[in-house]
Design a binder for this molecule. Structure first.
Ligand code: PMM
Length: 267
């Protein structure tokens, strides 16, 4: 199995600063096309920033940002996932053609999400999450991050199954950078196999996250984190990850090709 590349398309006013609704949709579509040309398998469309400290966005505003982009990409035959914590946005996005729901809260933030996941019957990405961005850093307390993330992800799986989500539709994600300090993130990256043995496909999202600054010189920019992201993606592929969620599709493609070449040479 080749690890899938999920290209990140953030449709937020600050991600495409040229302003104006039409301009934003056009810019988002052309960025999506560039990522597809570079080898993205899935485009992950999100309208709400989940960065530490970020404010929440109204559901109607979030839907207004993402739905035109989801609709157009789906019409072009692109596999789209919708990155949202809102059940209403998820449901509308699937109606508009999204093929997958990516909920960073794993169904915790909106009690209606699990039933939308069950009713729409599309793959559902349940990420490890402990709370909203505003209080995420105070939640980074674990007795063992590896064991706690496993247990908390399995609790989400139980809740999703109880709501009628098919086990074949569930994809798990360790939630790198969410309620985790740098040490927690590195420990999870070093033990992805323990999450893969839970028996669900695993998505790993390290892209440009703050913990990567640990391996870079002081003063490195956020974009300077791309080669480190690619290295983590290659390690994730070697561990057996189903997919990686990244900004830099081109670099990721190369990193995954290295993994494939080594795997092929081993026979
Ligand atoms: N990270 C972010 C947003 N969505 N979804 C999944 N499944 N996994 C992640 O790690 C993840 C996500 C935050 O990153 P961004 O602000 O760079 O999109």
């Amino acid at each position: 199995m080749t690890t899938k590349i999920m290209g990140i398309l953030n449709v937020t006013p600050d991600s495409f600063s040229d302003g104006g609704e039409h301009a934003t949709v056009e810019a988002a579509l052309s960025h999506a096309q560039a990522m597809l040309d570079e080898g993205a398998d899935i485009i992950d469309v999100g309208g709400e920033s989940t960065r530490p400290g970020a404010d929440r966005v109204e559901q109607a505003e979030e839907a207004a940002r993402v739905l035109p982009v989801v609709r157009e990409l789906a019409a072009r035959g692109v596999a789209v996932s919708i990155d949202t914590m809102s059940a209403r946005t998820a449901e509308s996005a699937v109606d508009a053609g999204a093929a997958m729901i990516n909920d960073v809260s794993g169904g915790l933030a909106d009690e209606g999400m699990a039933s939308v996941a069950a009713a729409t019957d599309v793959p559902f990405i349940a990420m490890h999450w402990r709370g909203h961005s505003t209080d995420m850093n105070s939640l980074a307390v674990y007795s063992s991050v590896r064991a706690d993330v496993r247990h908390e992800l399995l609790a989400r799986v139980d809740a999703l199954l109880a709501a009628g989500v098919s086990s074949r539709r569930i994809i798990l994600d360790p939630g790198l950078g969410f309620a985790k300090n740098a040490g927690h993130n590195w420990e999870l990256v070093g033990h992805l196999d323990e999450l893969i043995t839970l028996g669900f496909p695993l998505l790993v999202g390290a892209s440009r996250k703050r913990f990567l600054a640990d391996v870079l010189p002081e003063g490195a920019t956020v974009r300077d984190r791309d080669p480190a992201t690619a290295a983590v993606s290659s390690l994730a592929a070697a561990a057996g990850a189903w997919g990686v969620r990244v900004h830099d599709v081109r670099g990721t493609r190369t990193a995954l090709a290295v993994h494939e070449a080594v795997r092929g040479a081993r026979g």
